[in-house]
Design a protein around this ligand. Sequence first.
Ligand SMILES: NC(=O)c1ccc[n+]([C@@H]2O[C@H](COP(=O)([O-])OP(=O)(O)OC[C@H]3O[C@@H](n4cnc5c(N)ncnc54)[C@H](O)[C@@H]3O)[C@@H](O)[C@H]2O)c1
Ligand SMILES: [Zn+2]
Length: 405
Amino acid sequence: MARFTLPRDVYHGKGSLETLKTLKGKKAIICVGGGSMKRFGFLDRAVSYLKEAGMEVALFEGIESDPSVDTVMRGAEKMLEFEPDWIVAIGGGSPIDAAKAMWIKYEYPNCTFEDMCKVFGIPELRHKAKFVAVSSTSGTATEVTAFSIITDYKKGIKYPIADFEITPDIAIVDPDLAETMPKKLVAHTGMDALTHAVEAYVSTANCDYTDPLAIHAIEMIQRDLVDSYNGDMAARDRMHNAQCLAGMAFSNALLGIVHSMAHKTGAIFQDYGAHIIHGAANAMYLPKVIAFNAKDETAKKRYGVIADYMHLEGTTDDEKVASLIKFCRDMNDKLNIPHCIKNYGADSYPTEQGFVPEEVFLERLPEIAKNAIADACTGSNPRQPSQEEMEKLLKCCYYDTEVDF
Ligand SMILES: NC(=O)c1ccc[n+]([C@@H]2O[C@H](COP(=O)([O-])OP(=O)(O)OC[C@H]3O[C@@H](n4cnc5c(N)ncnc54)[C@H](O)[C@@H]3O)[C@@H](O)[C@H]2O)c1
Ligand SMILES: [Zn+2]
């Protein structure tokens, strides 16, 4: 038996933030990031809508990008004090993911971070609060997913929390919020969304319910992402829907090793001054993983189907796979994203000498590969890599060399 779970309600379209006026309850806590939502007036609007609904409102502000276990614990403490019956998370993937983990700790104060990381092991939520997610980036789709990504900075590792219990009750997909994104964020989150859709389509957990969502998202991203990046606001608005559809697909079909590697390389080089931003990591690794997975016959056929829907060149599946890889690489060029870690600058742009030194990468490689294999996203990848293969694949992601194994 398989399960397909989405939020009870998805409100979408311009102005859908106003849905907050219709919530029924006594107390709402708004969880938000470092300032963009405040700067652009969305936080004030959310507060006033919730007050209009008759609620007392508290704020938990300043959730950082790639949120930490510490932030989750602090937020949960605030919730235990305030006792909200609604948790309203507004912003990019980071504040929404942090709020999801806070929610677990709020409902079960004795639950440790290790407990949360047991895949599909979260006890029943909603005894204390329900959850609304309002996304301001067009990528993670965490407003509709069963995932939350929290970083353990002691280990430099991102851990996915995965359970349908943390699928929000209400998702608000209001494109007004996405229109303020700077170009770089559009590029990174857009490539995250493309990766979600492609990984979901070839995942071993794909099904008739997830396939149409993944394919339609890919078609929309192909049509709209570059235009959105170049400032076309109608395309930007459509991208907000496209990423959400991709999220509906991967929340139920799961992901693959592009994400396993992104999770395990994202924060591991922070001592050299930067993170490899999630969407940029995906954009660099996706073409390599397509080549690796295409050695599996079923995956190869499914990449071929994607290429057909995208009207890419090729008559044989091998040609179609090559076209899909070329499409992804061309996207990186159009969006100013490097092709490999070696050329990934601390500012995320392509550069001759990136911020991760070669000897540091090679020294940490065996550990990163081991952790990537153990990541929750590896299980549904169409081809299970050995330690040796994962190390080779990561090397291709560092040097941008061809995947021929
Ligand atoms: N839960 C999931 O299913 C899932 C899926 C993929 C990725 N993730 C995780 O989500 C995180 C990344 O989230 P993200 O890519 O949405 O970025 P983010 O939430 O980390 O935000 C990045 C930056 O953009 C700013 N920002 C956000 N929205 C803005 C807007 N509309 N206008 C201007 N600035 C804005 C933020 O203030 C922040 O500085 C990573 O930790 C990643 O691992 C989660
Ligand atoms: Zn992602």
